[in-house]
Ligand binder design. Structure first.
Ligand code: ADP
Ligand code: MG
Length: 463
């Protein structure tokens, strides 16, 4: 589902929950890291892309005019109440600490939205390594920008969200997830230098390939402790090698210093130094559409994470083995675990025309090997966080300029395939207004979300 389709659905859910249409709708994507794992806290490179899974918030000023931000979750999680008249602190329910931390950071910068009624609906799987947490943070920050009309600098916004995760959720994450959720661009990966925080968009121009994400649907508990110990081992390795961080070590440095470090530290260093190099090579390969090379780098990354860094697990290994057995002939160029490890997802580079067959085979073989059902889906590289409605944006900013001249203003057009790329579609409808008049478009969508107008038929005039 595109973020526009999802936005319309969430606007409707907001109306069902609160009895009026939302004034703002914002969306922030999850992400998958294509390569560059456990390099972020070593000042290295990562190469993620935003995925077509989003945290979406629909909101309006609070009905009672009070100073409380109320966030209801479409999946039924306990609602979060944040009272802005008192200092914002971590509290219960725990999931509210992600938005709480962001709101605290915004308030500290004079970004105060006042009381709000909010409905959250996320299609990013929670805890699956696709960064539902960062998408929730970035979504919250984007909502506050839309409501107040105050725009944060993208880097400052990412750091604010990261700080929320550190200080309110207690998770010592790197900067990748927040950066990509903010700076993702359709059909691009983001090469991020975690030291300088410089970013470079890497275009994926070849429509014959896709990224296939498979969720093992397991999460092994040791992840937190193991993460802390990996960080400590990397710091120890850098110290022995006499460099500020492993980013500064040469490829042969661990081998030359082998006598000075124990085997575990040696292997951790070998992974990180190799992975930074692989990430840069993969970015080159993607620019050149050299898919076999990119695929080999992905497999090499997986073996290194499995053997040297020891953060894989039998379920992740099973998916990668299945991908390998399908091979290039069957349409798989490469596959690796993605995210911190010990469960979560794999990402595979595959031929588009083989996707259906690959999904079928992966699901069946994974079930046979582990007894578990995997969740498997493809995603194009998606755009970063966006205000879909309100704050100066029309609900269908792109569609209006393209479509206004082609469709009658005020018409809900059904299945207008000519614009399907950036045309608002849900149940096959879209909304256009003359000259990209966003207020008129939003009024139409409000009517649809409250049931005052219904899409249907080949063309339905919406009055
Ligand atoms: P990941 O970011 O890979 O999904 P994390 O463990 O970092 O995994 O974050 C998952 C946590 O984020 C959840 O346990 C929950 O607390 C919070 N979270 C994210 N999105 C939502 C949501 N839509 N509703 C409730 N909680 C959410
Ligand atoms: Mg997370």
């Amino acid at each position: 589902m595109s973020y526009l389709e999802l936005a319309v659905q969430v606007a409707r859910e907001f109306a069902e929950t609160y009895g009026r249409p939302p004034r703002w709708v914002v969306a922030a994507p999850g992400r998958v890291n294509v390569i560059g794992e456990h390099t972020d806290y070593n000042d290295g490179f990562v190469l993620p892309m935003a995925i077509e899974r989003y945290a979406v918030m629909a909101a309006d000023k609070s009905a009672d005019g009070g100073d409380v931000i109320q966030i209801r979750d479409a999946s039924g999680a306990e609602p979060v109440l944040i009272d802005l008249s008192a200092p914002v602190k971590p509290g219960a329910p725990k999931w509210g600490n992600y938005p709480r931390g962001v709101i605290a950071g915004c308030l500290a910068r004079g970004i105060n939205p006042g009381g709000l009624d909010v409905l959250l609906h996320s299609t990013v799987p929670l805890g699956g390594g696709l960064s539902s947490s960062a998408s929730l943070e970035v979504c919250t920050a984007t909502l506050l920008e839309a409501v107040t009309g105050k725009k944060l600098d993208p880097v400052e916004k990412a750091l604010l969200c990261q700080k929320a995760e550190h200080e309110f959720a207690g998770v010592p994450c790197g900067i990748m997830d927040q950066f990509i959720s903010i700076m993702g661009r359709e059909n691009h990966l983001l090469l991020l230098d975690c030291r300088s925080r410089k970013t470079e968009l890497v275009p994926v121009n070849d429509p014959s390939v896709q990224l296939l994400i498979a969720n093992t649907n397991v999460k092994h508990e040791l992840a937190n402790g193991e993460y802390a110990s990996r960080r400590a081992q990397c710091e120890a390795a850098a110290k022995i090698l006499g460099v500020p961080s492993l980013r500064d070590a040469t490829a042969d440095a661990p081998e030359n210093a082998k006598g000075k470090m124990d085997d575990v530290v040696f292997r951790r260093a070998r992974h990180v130094i190799g992975e930074i190099e692989r990430t840069l090579h993969a970015a080159e390969g993607i620019r050149a559409s050299n898919w076999p090379t990119v695929g080999q780098l992905m497999y090499a990354s997986h073996y290194s994470l499995r053997d040297d860094y020891e953060v894989s697990c039998t379920e992740l290994d099973a998916l990668v083995e299945i991908a390998e057995s399908i091979g290039i002939k069957g349409g798989v160029y490469g596959c690796r675990m993605t995210g911190g490890g010990f469960g979560g997802c794999t990402v595979a580079l595959v031929k588009r025309d083989a996707v259906a067959e690959i999904k079928k085979r992966m699901a069946a073989d994974y079930k046979k090997k582990t007894g578990i059902d995997a969740t498997i889906f493809v995603s194009r590289p998606a755009g970063g966080a966006t205000v879909v409605k309100g704050g100066g944006a029309g609900l269908i900013t792109q569609a209006s300029s393209n479509a206004a001249g082609r469709l009658n203003p005020g018409v809900v057009g059904r299945n207008d395939l000519a614009f399907s790329g950036n045309f608002l579609k849900r149940d096959g409808f879209g909304v256009v207004a003359p000259g990209g008049d966003h207020d008129a478009e939003n009024a139409l969508v409000d009517q649809i979300s409250t049931g005052a107008a219904k899409p249907g038929g080949e063309e339905t005039v919406c009055r």
